[in-house]
Write a protein that binds this ligand. Structure first.
Ligand SMILES: O=C(O)CCC(=O)C(=O)O
Length: 274
C-alpha cells in the first residue's frame, strides 16, 4: 500500500522488501530509504529540533564534556512530553517495520530520543544498546532516522554485521573502554564493519539490540539532527538489573515494574498493531 490523500503517512504501511528483511535477520541491521517523505517529516523535524535545542541550552560546552557527552546531545522520551512529537514516535508505520524485521506480531515502544551530534562532535564509541536495558531475553530494535540530509562525514551509523549473534557481552557502557574492547572483539570475531553511508532526511537504519554499532564524529559544520525510536516485542519480560545502568533504565523507562513483569508500564504502550 502507498500513501494516499485519505490515509495519513504515519498510518500508511511501508513495504519492507523481503531481501531487506533477510539482510536484517542475517546482519542485525538494515538500511531502508524513504521511510518518511520529507514534506511529512518537516513539522516533526522542526518540533524535535526546537525541543532538543532548548534542552541543550543547559549543557556544558562541548570541549568540557566526556567522550559520551561529546558524542551527542541526548534528549529522551519526547513523545511523553510533547504533543507535537507523539504521533511520530507512536506511528504505526514505523512500529510495523519493527515488528516485521523482528518477526513478532506486536511491539511496544521502549522510548524515543533525539541524538544531535554537534559540529565537531566526537565519535560514538562501539557499544551494544541492550546492555543498558533490563530486557535480556527480549527482541528489541532501534530505528535511527536523520531529520536532515547527513553525508557519512556527519557521523552516520556503522555496524559490526552479524555481531547480534554474540548476545550479551556483559556490562559495558558507552565510553573509551567500550570503543577499545569492542573494536578488538569485532576484529577477533571477523565481523565486517559496514557503514550506513550518506543518508537523506527520512531514510532510516534499524538495528538489533545486541548488534555492536557506533558512529564517527561529525566532521561537518552542521548539526547531525537524528531521532531514534526503540521498540521491544510486546510480550517482553523485565529481567533483574545486573548493573547500575540497567537499574537506572528500569526506573526511568519501565516505572513501577520489577523482574518477571511484562514490560508494559504506562510509558510502554503497544504501538503495533496500532
Ligand atoms: O547516533 C549515534 O551516534 C549513536 C546512536 C546509537 O547508538 C543508537 O541509536 O543506538
Amino acid at each position: 500500500m502507498t500513501a494516499n490523500s485519505t490515509m495519513p503517512i504515519l498510518d500508511t504501511p511501508y513495504d519492507v522488501p523481503p531481501d531487506k528483511i533477510a539482510a536484517y535477520r542475517r546482519d542485525g541491521w538494515v538500511r531502508l530509504d524513504g521511510v518518511m517523505p520529507l514534506p511529512d517529516l518537516a513539522p516533526f523535524r522542526d518540533a524535535i529540533s526546537r525541543h532538543t535545542i532548548g534542552f541543550a541550552s543547559g549543557l556544558a560546552p562541548l570541549e568540557q564534556r566526556d567522550t559520551y557527552g561529546k558524542a551527542f546531545i541526548q534528549y529522551t522520551n519526547l513523545w511523553a512530553a510533547h504533543d507535537e512529537v507523539r504521533p511520530f514516535s507512536l506511528a504505526p508505520r514505523f512500529a510495523k517495520i519493527a515488528a516485521e524485521l523482528m518477526d513478532v506480531p506486536a511491539v511496544r515502544i521502549y522510548h524515543d530520543q533525539a541524538l544531535f551530534k554537534e559540529a565537531g562532535g566526537g565519535l560514538t564509541p562501539w557499544h551494544q544498546d541492550q546492555q543498558y536495558w533490563p530486557l535480556d531475553g527480549a527482541r528489541c530494535i532501534t530505528m535511527w532516522m536523520p531529520l536532515v540530509d547527513c553525508p557519512q562525514a556527519m557521523g552516520t551509523m556503522r555496524f559490526a554485521s552479524g555481531s547480534q549473534q554474540l548476545g550479551y557481552l556483559g556490562p559495558l557502557d558507552i565510553s573509551d573502554g567500550s570503543e577499545e574492547r569492542l573494536k578488538r572483539l569485532i576484529a577477533e570475531h571477523g565481523h565486517a564493519v559496514a557503514e550506513a553511508g550518506d543518508m537523506r532526511a527520512g531514510d532510516a537504519t534499524f538495528h538489533d539490540g545486541w548488534c555492536i554499532h557506533g558512529a564517527q564524529g561529525n566532521a561537518s559544520s552542521k548539526v547531525r539532527a537524528v531521532v531514534t525510536v526503540i521498540y521491544m516485542e510486546a510480550d517482553a519480560v523485565v529481567t533483574q538489573p545486573d548493573h547500575p545502568s540497567r537499574e537506572k533504565d528500569l526506573k526511568t523507562w519501565l516505572p513501577g515494574l520489577r523482574a518477571g513483569d511484562v514490560a508494559a508500564s504506562p510509558l510502554n504502550p503497544v504501538v503495533w498493531p496500532g
